[in-house]
Design a protein around this ligand. Structure first.
Ligand code: NDP
Length: 294
C-alpha cells in the first residue's frame, strides 16, 4: 500500500510558515504584502475561489484587494484597472480570475499584468523566465505539485518523470519545473501512442488530464510516486449526489505506487497556499527583503 501524500496537511503547515514570514515582512517594512484579485462577472465557481483566496490572504496577515466588475465591463476598462494595479505600491500580486466573460480577450488581459506582480505565473514573461531559468513566478498548481514531490522524495535529480497533459497552466510548467530539478522528463498528451507503456517507465507520474480515473494501477512502475492533479466530478453512490475523483484510478494505483496524492486532499489545497507563497515572494522582491531572513 502506497504512502499517502497529505496535501491538506502540507498546505496547512506551509500557510502557517507563510503567516510567520508575513509578520516578519510587515514588521520590517511597515506594510502588509498585498494581493489584488479581479473577478469579472458572476461565474459561481469563480466566486467561491475568489472568496477562498480573500480569506486565505487575511488569515496569512496579508492585505486583500478585491475588485468585482459586472459581466458587461468593457475590456478597455478591465485593462485600465490592471494598469492601475500595476502602478499601485500597496499591490504586490495581481490575479485576474479566469474564465473571463465571453468576448473578452483573456490573453490580452493576462499579458497586461506586470510580470513582477504576476503571482499566478500566467504571463508569457513568467513562462519564459521559467523556461530560461530566470527568477520569476511559477503557476501555483505545478509549484504545489513540485513542493509535494520534493517533500516526499527529497532530491529529484536523475529520476524519470512523465507529465500527462500539456496545458499552459499545469502540464507545461510542471514539465519545466521537473527539468529544472534535473529529472528526465517526458510530456504525454492525447496523441501519445502507448500511454500505459510510457507511464510504466516513470519514477514520477504527474497526471493533469481531466479524465476521471484514467491512469490505472497496472500502468505504474512499482514504487512510483504519483501526483494526481485531476479534479473530476462524477455521479456518487447515492442518487443525485456527486463525488470528486482524480485522473488516477486511486483504488488500483495505491497498491502499486510507492506514494500517491488522494483526491480530494492532495494537490487541490496546495494551489492557494502557493498563491500566498508567490505573493510574499513578490512583496519581498519589490521591497528588497531577503525572505530567508524573515
Ligand atoms: P486541459 O484540458 O487544459 O489539458 C488536458 C491535457 O490532457 C491536454 O494536454 C490533453 O492533450 C491531455 N489529454 C486529454 N485526453 C488525454 C488522453 N486520453 N490521454 C493523454 N492525454 C490526454 O486541462 P488542465 O491542464 O487545465 O487541467 C487538467 C486537470 O487538472 C483537470 O482535471 C483540472 O480540473 C485539474 N486542475 C486542478 C487544479 C488544482 O488546483 N488541483 C488546477 C488546475 C487544473 P492535448 O493537448 O493533446 O489535447
Amino acid at each position: 500500500m502506497a504512502t499517502l501524500i497529505d496535501g491538506k496537511a502540507f498546505a496547512a503547515s506551509l500557510r502557517e510558515r507563510i503567516a510567520g514570514e508575513t509578520a516578519g515582512f510587515t514588521a520590517k517594512t511597515g506594510r502588509k504584502p498585498g494581493l489584488a484579485v479581479v473577478l469579472v462577472g458572476e461565474d459561481a465557481a469563480s466566486q467561491v475561489y475568489v472568496r477562498s483566496k480573500h480569506k486565505a490572504c487575511i488569515a496569512a496577515g496579508m492585505e486583500s484587494f478585491e475588485h468585482r466588475l459586472p459581466a458587461d465591463t468593457a475590456e478597455a476598462d478591465l485593462l485600465s484597472l490592471v494598469a492601475q494595479l500595476n502602478g499601485d505600491a500597496r499591490v504586490d500580486g495581481i490575479l485576474v480570475q479566469l474564465p473571463l466573460p465571453e468576448g473578452m480577450d483573456e490573453n490580452a488581459v493576462i499579458q497586461a499584468i506586470d510580470p513582477d506582480k504576476d503571482v499566478d505565473g500566467f504571463t508569457t514573461a513568467s513562462a519564459g523566465r521559467l523556461l530560461t531559468g530566470l527568477p520569476g513566478f511559477v503557476a501555483c498548481t505545478p509549484l504545489g505539485c513540485l513542493m509535494l514531490l520534493k517533500d516526499a522524495l527529497g532530491d529529484l535529480s536523475g529520476k524519470s518523470a512523465v507529465v500527462i497533459g500539456r496545458s499552459n497552466i499545469v502540464g507545461k510548467p510542471m514539465a519545466q519545473l521537473l527539468l529544472r530539478e534535473s529529472c528526465t522528463v517526458t510530456i504525454a498528451h492525447s496523441r501519445t501512442r502507448d500511454l500505459p507503456e510510457t507511464v510504466r517507465g516513470a519514477d514520477i507520474v504527474v497526471a493533469a488530464v481531466g479524465r476521471p480515473e484514467m491512469v490505472k494501477g497496472d500502468w505504474l512502475k512499482p514504487g512510483a510516486t504519483v501526483i494526481d492533479v485531476g479534479i473530476n466530478r462524477v455521479p456518487g453512490e447515492e442518487e443525485g449526489k456527486t463525488r470528486l475523483v482524480g485522473d488516477v484510478d486511486f483504488a488500483s494505483a495505491k497498491d502499486v505506487a510507492g506514494a500517491i496524492t488522494p483526491v480530494p486532499g492532495g494537490v487541490g489545497p496546495m494551489t492557494i497556499a502557493c498563491l500566498l507563497h508567490n505573493t510574499l515572494d513578490a512583496a519581498c522582491r519589490r521591497e528588497g527583503v531577503d525572505r530567508t531572513a524573515l
